[in-house]
Structure formats: structure tokens, C-alpha cells
Design a protein around this ligand. Structure first.
Ligand code: GAL
Length: 354
């Protein structure tokens, strides 16, 4: 860790030396200025190379909120593959959906002297505590998947958040319904009657997907009626149970099943099929994540669509941000979040994602 910091500092000093000779770099005033510049540049280059060599053998601790989550499993596997491929010593731990347990895991990583942390918090509300812990130990950290506020992040300049704009995924879900032949109004009564199967409501992804999926409809002038909203905690079995109960209670009134993620949508699909309903004919079903199972169902016509939550893209960006931090870069308040785009997945383009 010390070696890393020293090398990173050498790199920064060399770079800022070059920057000080700024006027020299465009119009060298003398050969002395020019040679100072090139000495500084080559010092920066060799320091940068050393940082790269050193960091790539570094120790990285990864905390995942719980292993038993379909999307975070693909994300975790992508992180492991990328980090190991770059020669890092990686340890990934399961928080079992228990914030107290994850806090201990973070402390253990710090005691073990990790060079960097990648953390998927169990609870968004724990962000302040997590940030103060990693700041106290001066460990560069990338938070993923559960976005803290810009204000919370501003407490530590060696902290970056990598994720997606959850509102965008909600909007895309609404647009998938607007793109159907009857804009979701299957029974032609002038309004779209839906049920909403929500993820963990403490999670901003769940909050914004719930809000923006419906907002896309109302913004387009479509009248809506919410028959039910229940938390399914991102879980397939809960998605199945909620949808089964709602189908028993509301029957043909349900025209659209919005699920905050695909795993719950796959569960909902089981309930829909068991009730003898047919997706895209007498009911619509949308999810988010583009899990393999969901992409197959979109291709088979058993899901109206999903939204790609790009696990590989986010994992790649998380590692890139971690390497910037390890290279000594700091981040100003308001520029600590990096977003990867969501993409709509429909029967027309699903092949591109399979
Ligand atoms: C969301 C994802 C869900 C679940 C959740 C965990 O982005 O769509 O499936 O993994 O993160 O926080």
C-alpha cells in the first residue's frame, strides 16, 4: 500500500511539474524548459507504469450485499473474472443481506490491508457509516449498485459510485408497454390496470423503477389504475406468490404486470401461465436486468420485454474507477458517480443480447 501511494505521488508530482511548465509545453521558452518538460513527462510515464505493475498485484476486497441474488451473481462473477484477469488478489464476501455482518467484513478487509474495496452496500441507509469507515482507513473505494447521495459521497474524495440511472430503466419499462399495439389497454376500457411487484423498497432502484415506469405512461397521456403494489424483494418466489394472489383476486382486470427486476418477472410468469393467461395476448409482463432466463422468455414471446442492466459493463467500469483511485486520482464532490446506460430489450433486438 505504501509503495502504491509513493508511486502514485511520484506520478502526480511529475504530472503537475509538467503542468507547471504549461507555457513551456506549448511554446518552450528555452531548451532548458523543454528538457525539464520531457524529464517530467518521462518520470510521469515511468511512475505510471510502476503504478500499473504494482496495482495489478494488489489486494482487492469485494463485498456483495447477498450472493443469493440473480443479478448480483452475474455482476459478482464478472467482477471476479475482470479483477483476476488483471492479476489482482481478490476476495469476495457474502453479506447475507445483513448490514451488521457487512460492516464487520469491511473492517476485516481493512485490517488485512487491502489496497482497494468494491462495496455493494446491504442498505443504502448505511452509506454514511461505510464512507466514514473507509475514509478513516484511507482505503480507495468503489461503491456499486446502491447509490448514496452526492452529498454523502462528498465526505471522501477517494470514493466513486458506479451504477445506472434507475429512473431510465423505469422509463424504458413504461415505453415497452407504450410500444404494444394497444399501449397496454388490452380490454379497451380507456385505462391501463396494472400490478407493481417491487424490489426492496429501501433501494433507490426499486423506488425509481416503480415511479418512472408508470410516469412514462401518464406522461404519454395514458390513464392508469394501480390494482396492487407489493414488495417482492427482488426474489423469484415472492414474485410468483404476489402475482398468483393478484391473479386470483383481480383476474382479467390485470393488463400489465410491472416487475422491478427479471427474477420476480420469471416468478410472475409462472403464476401467469398457471392461471391460463397468455403474455402479449391477454396480459403484458416486463422486468429489468436481462437475465439469461428473461431473454429466453422475451425471445419466446412469454415476456413483453426487459431492460438490460449491464453487469459486465458496470463491473468493467467499477474496476476502471478503482484503478484510477489506485493511481492517485481523487474525485470532487458532484463528480463521483459514473453511470452505465440501460438498454431496452424487445423481441426485435433480443438476439443481439443473447
Ligand atoms: C438491481 C437489480 C436487481 C437486484 C438489485 C440488488 O439493480 O435490478 O435484480 O439485483 O439491484 O440491489
Amino acid at each position: 500500500m505504501k509503495k502504491l501511494t509513493a508511486l502514485a505521488l511520484a506520478g502526480c508530482m511529475a504530472v503537475s511539474l509538467a503542468a507547471c511548465g504549461g507555457s513551456a509545453s506549448t511554446t518552450p521558452a528555452s531548451s532548458e524548459a523543454a528538457s525539464t518538460e520531457s524529464a517530467a513527462t518521462s518520470a510521469a510515464e515511468s511512475a505510471a507504469e510502476s503504478v500499473t505493475e504494482a496495482t495489478q498485484g494488489g489486494k482487492v476486497g469485494v463485498c456483495i450485499y447477498k450472493f443469493d441474488d440473480a443479478f448480483m451473481t452475474t455482476y459478482r462473477n464478472a467482477l471476479q473474472e475482470i479483477l483476476e484477469g488483471k492479476g489482482y488478489e481478490v476476495t469476495i464476501v457474502d453479506g447475507n443481506n445483513d448490514q451488521a455482518k457487512q460492516n464487520e467484513q469491511i473492517n476485516t478487509f481493512i485490517t488485512q490491508g487491502v489496497d482497494a474495496l468494491i462495496i455493494n452496500p446491504v442498505m443504502t441507509s448505511a452509506a454514511d457509516q461505510i464512507i466514514s469507515t473507509v475514509k478513516g482507513a484511507d482505503v480507495p473505494t468503489v461503491l456499486i449498485n446502491r447509490e448514496p447521495t452526492a452529498d454523502q459521497m462528498s465526505a471522501y474524495d477517494k470514493l466513486v459510485y458506479v451504477g445506472c440511472d434507475a429512473a431510465q430503466s423505469g422509463t424504458f419499462q413504461g415505453e415497452l408497454i407504450l410500444d404494444t399495439e394497444n399501449k397496454g389497454d388490452i380490454n379497451g376500457d380507456g385505462k391501463v390496470s396494472y400490478i407493481m411487484i417491487q424490489g426492496d423498497p429501501e433501494n433507490i432502484d426499486a423506488q425509481l423503477r416503480t415511479e418512472y415506469s408508470v410516469k412514462a405512461l401518464t406522461d404519454a397521456g395514458v390513464e392508469v389504475e394501480q390494482l396492487d403494489l407489493q414488495r417482492g424483494d427482488w426474489d423469484r418466489n415472492k414474485g410468483q406468490e404476489i402475482c398468483q394472489n393478484d391473479l386470483a383476486k383481480y383476474g382479467d382486470q390485470i393488463e400489465v404486470v410491472f416487475c422491478n427486476n427479471d427474477d420476480m418477472a420469471i416468478g410472475a410468469l409462472q403464476a401467469i401461465q398457471a392461471a391460463g393467461r397468455t403474455v402479449n395476448k391477454d396480459i403484458y409482463l416486463v422486468g429489468v436486468d436481462a437475465l439469461d432466463a428473461a431473454k429466453n422468455e422475451v425471445a419466446n414471446g412469454n415476456m413483453t420485454g426487459t431492460v438490460l442492466n449491464d453487469a459486465k459493463g458496470q463491473a468493467t467500469q467499477a474496476v476502471a474507477s478503482m484503478e484510477e483511485l489506485l493511481g492517485g486520482k481523487t474525485f470532487e464532490a458532484g463528480s463521483q458517480s459514473v453511470y452505465v446506460d440501460y438498454v431496452k430489450v424487445t423481441p426485435d433486438n433480443v438476439k443481439d443480447f443473447q
